[in-house]
Design a protein. Structure first.
Length: 454
């Protein structure tokens, strides 16, 4: 008698527990964090709503523009300069949401900015209100936050698949990679709010999975593959500009592949096919929106080649490194609610353990895909980190969430190093213990340090 057919294939069922864990944790954050208490959430929401409701106009707050913390700036549409892909998708989701729940009032009533905003404080003064009443008053916005949770869940699934693709004989590494992403407090926090970071993380993980799937010598890449790579890169640039780290990562991949004996296509052909969608989108943008296009080219030039001298001082560099480190793991609100130092020490020790695992056993099973895939992921993480550092030398934006487009690379490299500390027979158990510990730390961070934002 043949075995019964499964409703879902194994490659979907295997990562399902960590995906569901992420959805649970991120949904808790989306409910616990008051609306607008996430970086740039008001402006992200205003842009989504303008696309969903063509007649909608953002509120105007009188008064002089003093700082970025003034209501005149915080409640403006300064996110309109971001690429449009996430906002178009979220506007479609908002239209569907408003058909099911009561739509928001025509005018957005933003709370006032706290004059005593600082560490451990919320940015806005929220009137005291029970959680149920707060959720009912802003049901549409909370459902829109769940759209971000959905994007984050897909990202966790893709990260698990990256681990399984590179090291198919080590399922524990994939479990640890998916678990690391699913329980990372800053990622569950950001994925529970309105913004384009979850979409950027999804496109980054999806493109990395596409690359590692063909990086081996026995997997030739033809013309259709490179054209598909170009489409993914173009979608990334239409989602968020810090996905530009995928461009040099794709170049590394092409250089690796064209040297294979069965390469299928030459260097110039691969570059031309990959670049074609990007050039097409750039040409269309220049023709349809010339002013905005050339302004963004100018901004890109400044980000690549200019620095602010004051940012090169030792105190500023030390502050940048420490803030990026903390806000990659957990720095809630508008970068104003850290967790205690023991949490940061624990995450640092786990990262150190992963590095030791790589040093002790750098090649794993000494498989060819192991070396190539790991090197490609390391290149991706390094390219994005360098971009974040360079951007901070021009404008102070020390936020670890800007590393999330390479979370697929970071999580898989961490998990592989961690698992290599243990013999093969003990790795699955170690990955499960790690997953449980990280989930407990995530919940402790949520219930211990989100309260100051209310």
């Amino acid at each position: 008698m043949p075995p019964p057919k499964r409703l879902l294939p194994p490659e979907v069922l295997q990562p399902l527990p960590v995906v569901l864990l992420f959805v649970f944790l991120s949904s808790l954050y989306s409910l616990a964090v008051p609306i607008w208490e996430a970086p740039d959430e008001p402006s992200h929401y205003l842009r989504v709503r303008k696309l969903a409701e063509p007649g909608f106009s953002p509120p105007v707050y009188p008064g002089p523009f003093r700082t970025v913390w003034s209501e005149l700036y915080l409640y403006s549409s300064y996110q309109d300069g971001q690429p449009p892909l996430y906002y178009l998708a979220a506007a479609g989701a908002l239209n569907g949401i408003n058909r099911v729940v009561e739509p928001p009032p025509p005018e957005v009533l933003f709370p006032p900015v706290r004059p005593d905003f600082g560490e451990g404080r919320s940015l806005f003064r929220h009137p005291p209100s029970p959680l149920r009443r707060r959720l009912a008053a802003a049901a549409s916005i909370h459902f829109l936050r769940l759209f971000s949770v959905l994007l984050g869940g897909v990202t966790v699934f893709l990260i698990y698949r990256i681990g399984r693709t590179i090291w198919p004989g080590e399922p524990a590494a994939a479990l640890a990679a998916g678990g690391f992403a699913a329980t990372l407090p800053q990622f569950t926090f950001i994925s529970g709010t309105v913004g384009n970071d979850p979409a950027a993380a999804l496109l980054g993980a999806g493109t990395l999975l596409y690359l590692v799937g063909r990086v081996g010598k026995d997997r030739p890449a033809g013309a259709r593959y490179y054209l598909g790579l170009g489409v993914l890169l173009a979608l990334g640039m239409l989602t968020k500009f810090n996905l530009a780290f995928l461009l040099p990562t794709a170049a590394v991949f092409i250089v690796i592949k064209v040297r294979d004996p069965a390469r299928g296509i030459g260097l110039w052909g691969a570059l031309a096919l990959t670049a074609a969608p990007l050039l097409l989108i750039s040409a269309g943008s220049a023709l349809l929106f010339p002013g905005e296009f050339f302004w963004k080219i100018r901004v890109l030039f400044f980000r690549l080649f200019r620095v602010t001298p004051e940012m090169l001082t030792r105190p500023q560099l030390r502050h940048m490194a420490w803030t990026i480190y903390r806000s990659f793991f957990a720095l809630f609100g508008w970068m104003s609610a850290p967790v205690t130092g023991w949490f940061y020490l624990g995450w640092g020790l786990l990262a150190l353990a992963a590095v030791i695992g790589w040093i002790a056993n750098p090649f794993g099973r000494r498989g060819e895909v192991d070396r190539r895939g790991g090197g490609l992921l390391a290149s991706a993480a390094a390219f994005l980190l360098l971009g974040v550092i360079k951007n901070n030398l021009l404008v102070p934006q020390s936020q670890g969430r800007f590393l999330f487009p390479a979370l697929g690379a970071i999580a898989v490299l961490f998990s592989a190093g961690f698992c290599r500390l243990f013999p093969a027979r003990a790795r699955t158990g170690a990955a499960r213990v790690l997953l449980g510990a990280l989930a407990a730390i995530n919940l402790a961070a949520l219930f211990g340090f989100i309260r100051g934002l209310t």
